[in-house]
Design a protein around this ligand. Structure first.
Ligand SMILES: Nc1ncnc2c1ncn2[C@@H]1O[C@H](COP(=O)(O)OP(=O)(O)OP(=O)(O)O)[C@@H](O)[C@H]1O
Length: 726
C-alpha cells in the first residue's frame, strides 16, 4: 500500500447504494417458480425434460443451505476476537480492517445468485463429484465446499469445457434466476454423443437483459475466448483488440478479480490499478469489482496519475501531438542531465592535520561513469559523494591508515565533498525543468538538437513565457512531460498489475507514463484502433506496446459482439474502411431485426423531433435511454428535452428505473452503453472534430453504444459513408 500512496487518493471506493432494486425490477420476464424462464417453444427437448420440479427443489435446497452457510461464515468472522493475537494496536488496526473487509465480502446480496452453475464429473463409470460455481467460496461447518469461487482452477471447466473437449465434465448445468430465486436450469451432457450441440437460451437471455444502472459483472456467462484472457498468467502483459461491445472492459475487470484471487498476497503488496478514459466511465464501471468481492482496486484516469501541475491550458492539436511524441523523452533526458558539470578543481578533504586531494580528472571519471550507467538522476547524485569518499579512502590506505565504513560515511558528508557534489550534480526540479524547456528557446534548442527540427521547437515554446510554475497555463500534455521528467529524476514506483482501458487514445508519452507504473508488474491493455479519437491515437498495437515498455505482449482479438444488435453494427461498420481499413466487422449475438431507424427531418425541426423520439422510446421500452449529441448541440437538445418535460441525467449519473434518460455529449460516450440510443445529427458529430477521420471515428463510437436499438435523426445530410446504407 505504501506505493499506492503516490497515487491520487483512492477514488470513490467501490461502493454505491441503490442499483440493486433497479436491477431486479428490470430483471427480465417474470415466471412462476419451478418453470423455466425460457419460453417452452424455444426450448430444445433436453431443457424441457429438465423442468420437472424435483431437481429444481433439490437445487433450491442447495441454494438455501449455501445461504445459511454463508451467514454462518459471516457470523464467525464477526465473532472473531483479535485482542489476544495482536502484539500492538497498529497490528490490531490492520487486522481489524482486514477482518472488516472480509465481513463485507461475505455479505449475502439477496438478488445476486450465490451460484450460477454446476459441474458434474463421473467416477468409475458412475456419478462422481459435483461442484456449484458461484461468485465466492462458501463452505459448510465442516469446511466442505458448498460453492466454488468462479476463479478457482476447478471452475475453469465451467467456462471452457465443450463437447469437443469435455475436460472430464459429464454435465454442465446453468441456472436461471429471478430476483435471487432459481427459476430454471439448462443441462449440457458433454460426453453424450447423441445430444446435439446447441446454444444456451439462458445465456442468451442473460446477455439480452435490458440495461439500467452501472455495468454488471458477467461471471455467469464469460465466453471461452474471454476466459483465456481473464485467466492469462500474471507475469505476462496481454493486449486485447476488440470491436465495440466485444467485452473488453468486462474482460479487463474480471481479469483483475481473477489475478487478485490467484495472486492475492503479491498484488495486495504491490497494488492494482484500473485506468479509464474519464470520470463518467470510471463511475460506470466502479461496481463490477465490488460485486465480485474486490474492494481494494484503485482506479484513475491518466490525467489523475500525472497530476503534478494544475492543468488549465489546452494545446492546439499539433502541439499536443508533438508533446506526446516519444522523441520528447530523449529531449527531457538530455535536459535533466544538462546541469551536470565536469569539475575544474580537485576535491580537497581536510581531516585532522591531513589534507586529502582527489584530482579533478579522477572526479570527472567518477561522474562519467555514473552518467553512463543510466541510473536515475537522484540515485547518481546520492552515489557521487560515496564514490568521492572512496577515492579519499584509497589514499588514506595508501598512506598506511586503516579507515572503516564510518570514516567513508564521514568523508561523504564532509562540507568540501558536499559542495563539490552540489556544483557538479545540482538538484533538479522536474516542474521547473519542463517550464524552462517550454519557455527558453536556447535551452530547448540545446537539448532538442538533432531530435526536433526548428519548426517543431517553435511549436513547443509558449507564446508568452509564464512568470513561474504557478502562473503557467499547463496543458494535459505538459503534465505528462513533467511526469517523465520526475521519473528521470526519481524512479516511479511500479504496481503489480495495471488494466489500461480505451488504450488506443493514448499518446506515446502517455503510454510511457502508464508503463512506468507497471515496469516491474504486468498490464492488460484494452482497446479498439477504430475508436481512436485523439489526434495522437495509436495506429498499431505493436507501437503502443513498445512505448508501454511491454513489446513482448501477446495481442488477442475479440470479435464476438455482446452489445450492439446485428443491424446496428452493420450500419456503423460502413465507416470502417474510412477509419480503420484493416479491421474486420464485429459479429453480433443479437439477431432481432428492426432495431435501427434512420429519420430525416426538415431543418429547424430537429430539436423537437429528437425530444419526441426520446419520449417515444421511454414510453415504449424498458431499460436505459441515451441521447447522444455533438458537444456543440448538447445545450440545444437539452433545452428541447426541458421543453418537452423530459428530465435527464448526465453521463456517469446512475440511471434507475425512475430516471432512465441520459443526455450524453459525443466526447463522453466512449465505453458507455445504453439500452436504447437516440443519436442526434451525425454530421454535427463529425464536424465537431478537428479532421474528418477523427470525426468519423467519434461517430463510430456513438453509433455503437446501443444494446437493443438505435434511432438516428438528422436534418443535415448524413456523412457519405453512412448515406449509402440509409
Ligand atoms: N460473456 C458475456 N456475457 C454477457 N454479457 C457480456 C459478455 N461479454 C460482454 N458482455 C456485455 O457486453 C457489453 C459490452 O461489453 P464491454 O463494455 O466490456 O465491451 P467493450 O469491448 O469494452 O466495448 P467498447 O469498445 O464499446 O468500450 C457489456 O454490457 C457487457 O456486460
Amino acid at each position: 500500500m505504501r506505493k499506492l500512496a503516490r497515487l491520487p487518493p483512492p477514488r470513490r471506493p467501490f461502493r454505491r447504494a441503490g442499483s440493486a432494486a433497479c436491477r431486479s425490477e428490470t430483471g427480465g420476464p417474470r415466471h412462476a417458480r419451478g418453470r423455466t424462464a425460457v419460453p417452452p417453444d424455444h426450448q430444445p427437448p433436453e431443457a424441457r425434460t429438465a423442468m420437472s420440479a424435483a431437481p429444481l427443489d433439490h437445487e433450491r435446497a442447495h441454494l438455501a443451505a449455501s445461504r445459511t452457510a454463508l451467514r454462518a461464515m459471516r457470523a464467525d468472522a464477526e465473532a472473531l476476537d483479535i485482542t489476544d493475537v495482536t502484539a500492538n494496536w497498529v497490528n490490531a488496526e490492520v487486522l481489524q480492517s482486514e477482518l472488516d473487509l472480509r465481513i463485507k465480502a461475505l455479505a449475502d446480496l439477496a438478488d445476486t445468485p450465490l451460484f450460477f452453475g454446476r459441474l458434474d464429473y463421473a467416477k468409475d463409470g458412475g456419478p462422481g463429484e459435483s461442484f456449484y460455481i458461484g461468485r465466492r467460496h462458501v463452505h459448510d461447518a465442516d469446511g466442505d465446499p458448498m460453492v466454488i469461487d468462479w476463479r478457482a482452477p476447478v471452475s475453469q471447466a465451467f467456462y471452457r469445457a465443450s463437447k469437443k473437449e469435455p475436460m472430464d465434465v459429464v454435465l454442465r448445468r446453468r441456472f436461471g434466476y429471478d430476483r435471487g430465486e432459481i427459476t430454471a436450469y439448462e443441462d449440457e451432457h458433454l460426453t453424450d454423443p447423441a445430444e446435439a450441440a446447441r446454444s444456451s437460451a439462458l445465456l442468451q437471455r442473460e446477455i439480452e437483459r435490458p440495461r439500467v444502472g452501472p455495468m454488471r459483472d458477467i461471471v455467469a456467462t464469460i465466453q471461452p475466448e474471454q476466459d483465456v484472457i481473464v485467466r492469462a498468467e500474471v507475469g505476462g502483459t496481454v493486449c486485447v483488440q476488440g470491436a465495440p461491445g466485444t467485452g473488453k472492459t468486462a474482460v479487463g475487470l474480471h481479469r483483475v478479480a481473477y489475478l487478485l484471487y490467484a495472486h492475492r498476497e503479491r498484488l495486495a503488496r504491490t497494488g492494482t490499478l484500473v485506468i479509464g478514459p474519464n470520470d463518467s466511465f470510471l463511475r460506470y464501471i466502479e461496481q463490477v469489482l465490488p460485486a465480485l468481492g474486490e474492494l481494494e482496486v484503485q482506479q484513475a484516469t491518466v490525467a489523475e496519475l500525472v497530476a503534478h501541475v494544475a492543468v488549465r491550458g489546452v494545446d492546439p492539436a499539433p502541439v499536443a501531438r508533438l508533446k506526446g511524441d516519444a522523441r520528447m523523452a530523449e529531449v527531457l533526458r538530455r535536459a535533466v542531465r544538462a546541469g551536470v558539470t565536469m569539475p575544474a578543481e580537485p576535491v580537497v578533504v581536510v581531516r585532522g592535520s591531513r589534507r586529502w586531494r582527489v584530482p579533478a580528472y579522477e572526479v570527472e571519471e567518477l561522474v562519467r561513469e555514473l552518467l553512463e550507467r543510466g541510473i536515475r538522476y537522484n540515485s547518481a547524485r546520492e552515489a557521487l559523494p560515496r564514490r568521492i569518499a572512496h577515492a579519499v579512502l584509497v589514499r588514506m590506505e595508501r598512506a598506511g591508515e586503516a579507515p572503516d565504513d564510518r570514516v567513508q560515511d564521514a568523508v561523504a558528508r564532509n562540507p568540501a565533498v558536499k559542495a563539490a557534489v552540489k556544483a557538479i550534480w545540482p538538484a533538479v526540479d522536474p516542474v521547473k525543468l519542463v517550464l524552462r524547456l517550454l519557455s527558453d528557446a536556447e535551452f530547448l534548442a540545446a537539448h532538442a538538437e538533432g531530435i526536433l527540427d526548428a519548426d517543431e521547437q517553435r511549436l513547443l515554446l509558449w507564446e508568452k513565457p509564464p512568470r513561474g510554475v504557478r502562473s503557467a497555463r499547463w496543458s494535459a500534455a505538459d503534465a505528462v512531460l513533467v511526469d517523465e521528467a520526475r521519473d528521470l529524476v526519481e524512479r516511479t514506483p511500479s504496481l503489480g498489475h495495471v488494466v489500461l482501458d480505451e488504450a488506443q487514445d493514448l499518446s506515446p508519452m502517455q503510454y510511457r507514463a502508464v508503463g512506468r507504473r507497471c515496469s516491474t508488474g504486468s498490464a492488460t491493455v484494452l482497446g479498439d484502433i477504430a475508436q481512436g479519437t485523439t489526434p495522437w491515437a495509436t495506429e498499431s498495437w505493436a507501437a503502443a506496446l513498445a512505448h508501454l515498455g511491454k513489446p513482448e505482449a501477446a495481442v488477442e482479438e475479440l470479435t464476438q459482439g455482446f452489445r450492439v444488435p446485428r443491424e446496428v453494427i452493420a450500419y456503423a461498420s460502413r465507416l470502417l474502411p474510412s477509419i480503420a481499413p484493416g479491421l474486420a466487422e464485429a459479429t453480433s449475438i443479437r439477431e432481432s431485426a428492426g432495431d435501427l431507424a434512420i429519420r430525416g427531418v426538415p431543418p429547424g425541426a430537429l430539436d423537437g423531433a429528437v425530444a419526441a423520439a426520446c419520449a417515444e422510446v421511454l414510453g415504449g421500452r424498458e431499460g436505459s435511454v441515451g441521447l447522444i449529441a455533438a458537444d456543440g448541440r448538447v445545450a440545444a437538445v437539452g433545452a428541447a428535452l426541458d421543453a418537452a418535460g423530459l428530465p435527464y441525467l448526465a453521463p456517469g449519473e446512475e440511471t434507475t428505473s425512475a430516471a432512465r434518460l441520459t443526455l450524453v455529449p459525443a466526447s463522453l460516450a466512449k465505453g458507455l452503453e445504453y439500452d436504447y440510443v437516440v443519436l442526434d445529427d451525425p454530421a454535427a458529430i463529425v464536424a465537431g472534430e478537428p479532421d474528418e477521420r477523427t470525426g468519423l471515428r467519434r461517430l463510430y463510437v456513438c453509433l455503437t453504444r446501443a444494446v437493443s436499438g438505435l434511432t438516428v435523426l438528422h436534418a443535415e445530410p448524413l456523412p457519405a459513408q453512412l448515406a449509402a446504407a440509409a
